[in-house]
Design a protein around this ligand. Structure first.
Ligand SMILES: Nc1ncnc2c1ncn2[C@@H]1O[C@H](COP(=O)(O)OP(=O)(O)OP(=O)(O)O)[C@@H](O)[C@H]1O
Length: 525
């Protein structure tokens, strides 16, 4: 047979590519022009009466089949196909299926021939083709019963315009599908890993510890936002690491070679805050230092200012701060002309600013100005998997600092893991530091950790505070008693630490903000 006889029939809904040869089964195999076929890896096999494509075989199969083809009945050839093939009549009765069908669907042919497709595959798309008499093609069809994906083509068969049945050809693409899903998964993983590795490397360099997804997410967001110049509002409980993140953002920003100035808004007395932030001119007020003073904003010019505890910024200062952020210039006390400043603002708070806005304690316009990007740091109890990492990190750090070689008893880890850490990383850090200091035989045991918890140390480390009850029958109001006790403990702690407020706050296991607020409230400063 000449190539001209290898006909390209008018095939509905099927595209042949130039590597395909189409073979009519009515042809004699001797007629096949082997030379021509050599260049055609796929032989499309065509039903003799209807010119319908029923499948393809590869070249090596073709060579084998070519030698036998004249011995085989046409339908037997279909067993050489890689694709599953099934023919049903218009009632859905299966009158032919090839061995690939049996292999892909895992059913012996003897069990299905003669049955209906409704019994054998009740959810088969072939059933829809029988009903609607229109073709159905799908690249990726899931077959639940065998948990496989197939690429399927189903065509109705018409004999002189009378519907006589349908056939389905499909091939198992589960492996291809699995591979492509695997490729997607690995690509995604690789992308995740590379950002994760970047984040992890940065963490290592900056001595920031944390591996939990919640924490790594904040780190990634911080590194992204660092590249921009927008204002960032850091939120989270005391001691979660807001200042640490503020520094991370600064160090990865384009302003990293310019100053980073921290202002703890709760630590500055209200009457001094304006001069602290904006500075003053020589002789601006009685007691002003000679030569005037640069405010924090001027010091931060070109760089970043970190406004910690922004919720404690006095209300009158909030509008001044807003003006600076909007106009980009400061009004120095005692100076007529404003000074332009270029400062990126990172603010932090653990206060509910939204409620404060409602209560008219915080300006809404300032809130929106600061809150361009808001990052919420998880509490330590929300990322318990990091407790061990942090514990080991602090243990190493304080062993080095105090020339000790303390290790932590196994039983203590369980306790550390279960505890809720209301003071977050700061509390854990302090606990480990004190445990290392008090470790005697090189072992941090349960007592030395428990010793550090607020319910234990207060009573153990200082003399039991006395709220004197002069008459057994007169019990003071609880708030008064608490106040007296707090004053006593604060004073005692300040004395022990030569008035070092940060150390005293640490000892009492409260944040600097809370400490300064109490100093103010009890007029101890
Ligand atoms: N991921 C971390 N790895 C190691 N140390 C950390 C980490 N996060 C915080 N710390 C340490 O914990 C302490 C508290 O952190 P930081 O001052 O940043 O918290 P904060 O949220 O700003 O607290 P506050 O709200 O009380 O001001 C610091 O000593 C800091 O170095």
């Amino acid at each position: 047979m000449k190539l001209a006889n290898i006909m390209k029939p008018q095939l509905d809904n099927l595209t042949l590519n130039h590597h395909d040869a189409v073979l009519d089964v009515s042809m004699n195999v001797e007629d096949i022009d082997a030379k021509q076929l050599k260049n055609m890896p796929n032989l499309i096999y065509v039903n003799d009466s209807k010119n319908k494509i029923v499948g393809s075989v590869n070249k090596s199969t073709l060579e084998y089949v070519s030698s036998k083809i004249h011995l085989l009945p046409p339908y037997a050839l279909m067993d050489y196909f890689n694709e599953a093939i099934i023919f049903v009549d218009e009632q859905g009765k299966i009158y032919f299926a090839n061995s690939a069908y049996s292999k892909i669907l895992g059913v012996p042919l003897g069990k299905i021939i003669g049955k209906t497709i409704y019994e054998v595959e009740p959810h088969a798309a072939l059933i829809d083709v029988l009903q609607y008499k229109t073709p159905f093609y799908k690249e990726k069809q899931y077959i639940k019963t065998v948990d496989k994906y197939v690429s399927v083509k189903i065509n109705p068969i018409f004999e002189k315009d009378i519907f006589i049945g349908a056939y389905s050809i499909f091939s198992d693409v589960s492996e291809v599908n699995r591979l492509s899903e695997e490729v997607n998964r690995i690509t995604q993983l690789a992308e995740d890993y590379s950002t994760q590795i970047n984040a992890q490397n940065e963490l290592k360099k900056l001595k920031i510890i944390g591996n939990s997804p919640e924490f790594v997410k904040v780190i990634k967001q911080s590194l992204t936002v660092a590249k921009t110049d927008v204002s960032v509002l850091l939120r989270g409980e005391n001691g979660v690491g807001k200042e640490v993140i503020a520094k991370l953002i600064y160090e990865h920003s384009q302003r990293s070679d310019k100053p980073f100035i921290t202002v703890n808004c709760s630590a500055i007395p209200e009457q001094l805050i304006e001069s602290e932030l904006f500075g003053y001119e020589d002789g601006a007020f009685t007691g002003a230092a000679k030569g005037g003073s640069m405010g924090k904003f001027q010091l931060a010019d070109g760089g970043t200012i970190f406004l910690d505890e922004i919720g404690d910024m006095p209300f009158f200062m909030q509008s001044k701060l807003l003006r600076v952020l909007q106009e980009g210039e400061i009004e120095k006390i005692g100076r007529k002309k404003n000074i332009p400043v270029n400062v990126r603002v990172i603010a932090a708070t653990n206060q509910p600013l939204e409620i404060m806005i409602h209560n008219k304690q915080f300006r809404e316009d300032l809130y929106y100005r600061l809150n361009v990007v808001s990052l919420k740091l998880p509490a330590l109890r929300e990322r318990r998997e990091d407790i061990m990492l942090l514990t080991n990190f602090f243990l190493k750090k304080f062993n080095k600092k105090y020339h000790k070689n303390a290790t932590i008893a196994h039983s203590v880890f369980k306790y550390l893991y279960q505890y809720d850490w209301p003071g977050n990383i700061r509390e854990l850090q302090n606990s480990i530091e004190r445990a290392v200091i008090f470790s005697t035989d090189g072992m941090v045991n349960e007592e030395s950790i428990l010793f550090n918890q607020p319910s234990y140390p207060v009573a153990d480390t200082v003399d039991v505070p006395v709220v004197e009850l002069k008459d057994d029958h007169i019990v003071p109001a609880l708030d008064e008693a608490v106040k007296a006790l707090e004053i006593q403990l604060i004073k005692q702690s300040l004395t022990q630490h030569d008035n070092d407020k940060d150390a005293a706050a640490n000892q009492l296991n409260i944040s600097k903000r809370t400490f300064y607020r109490k100093l103010k409230a009890y007029q101890l400063c």
